[in-house]
Design a protein around this ligand. Structure first.
Ligand SMILES: [Zn+2]
Length: 283
């Protein structure tokens, strides 16, 4: 088991360290709370029906969609701004899409699914096996839209942060439904700010990622993969030709418009953000 995890983890009921540690389970003798240890990881929650197990996709600063690349840059900046000793918890880390950013950091990864890359499996909206104010930095990268009871999760995030600590969020807005059917929400930035304040946070950063070319490209891919195959043969051939023409025009347009950009939603002329980046601070 991860040493850092072993030093921080507590019984979710009494917040005292587990005192009975066997290979297959841990138990708190004060209240009898017991958790199974699965492949060296504590597993606090039976896998919820709303969990989605997906295959690992290789990610990196230059890999994935433009939104993912913007996420990478944003998160990297936030982590670089942290003290060397800062305790970081990556919540809903999945296969560790951003794990590389946390190299040489005091870092733990948690997900509701016991993926090989996580340190513990736990639904933090339901069970909190850490003491109040444990972490300096909490990370929710493309997670919030997949959490049905997100208010409970935000409460736990506030509880887990040290005063002065930060919660870093990336959440999509104009991005297609993904990991279906476990995709529940799209939030406007007004809602995100309201939720943050409602849960006691201060908003220290809010930016939208805007990318009209990527946005148009998504629509074209939708046409290509979902609409065209259903057309009768001759219409399909004609439509495919038109689509190829449009796609080459879009590539041409990109030469002039350029890549996506990050801007405050209050200053952006294009209101359709691909997604939002937020940094919330616990006062
Ligand atoms: Zn206990």
């Amino acid at each position: 088991m991860n040493q850092l995890l072993e030093s921080l983890i507590v019984c979710p009921n009494c917040k005292q360290p587990f005192d009975v540690k066997e290979e297959a389970f841990w138990r708190c003798s004060k209240d009898g709370f017991e958790i199974p240890i699965y492949e060296g990881k504590p597993v606090f929650t039976s896998m919820p029906k709303t969990a989605h197990v997906y295959e690992k996709i290789e990610r990196g600063p230059e890999q994935g969609t433009p939104w993912r690349q913007a996420n990478w840059k944003f998160l990297q900046e936030q982590v670089q701004g942290q003290d060397k000793e800062a305790l970081i918890l990556d919540v809903g880390s999945g296969h560790g899409d951003f794990a590389q950013i946390f190299t040489n950091r005091k870092y733990l990864a948690v997900d509701i699914v016991p993926y090989p890359e996580v340190d513990l499996a736990c639904d933090l909206g339901e069970v909190v096996p850490f003491k109040e104010g444990t972490f300096d930095l909490l990370v929710l990268m493309n997670v919030l839209e997949h959490v049905y009871h997100f208010h409970k999760l935000l409460d736990s995030m506030f509880y887990l942060l040290k005063p002065g600590g930060s919660l870093v969020i990336a959440v999509p807005f104009m991005i297609k439904v993904h990991q279906a059917p476990f995709d529940f929400y799209r939030y406007t930035h007004y809602t995100l700010v309201d939720f943050a304040k409602e849960h006691g946070f201060e908003v220290t950063l809010l930016e939208g990622y805007y990318d009209p070319i990527f946005f148009v490209g998504e629509s074209m891919r939708n046409l290509r993969f979902w609409v065209l195959p259903k057309l009768p043969r001759f219409s399909r051939w004609f439509a495919r030709g038109v689509l190829m023409l449009i796609e080459s025009l879009i590539s041409l347009l990109k030469l002039f418009i350029g890549k996506g950009y990050v801007k405050s939603p209050d200053l952006a002329k294009n209101p359709a953000a691909i997604g939002y980046h937020l940094v919330l601070r616990k006062p």
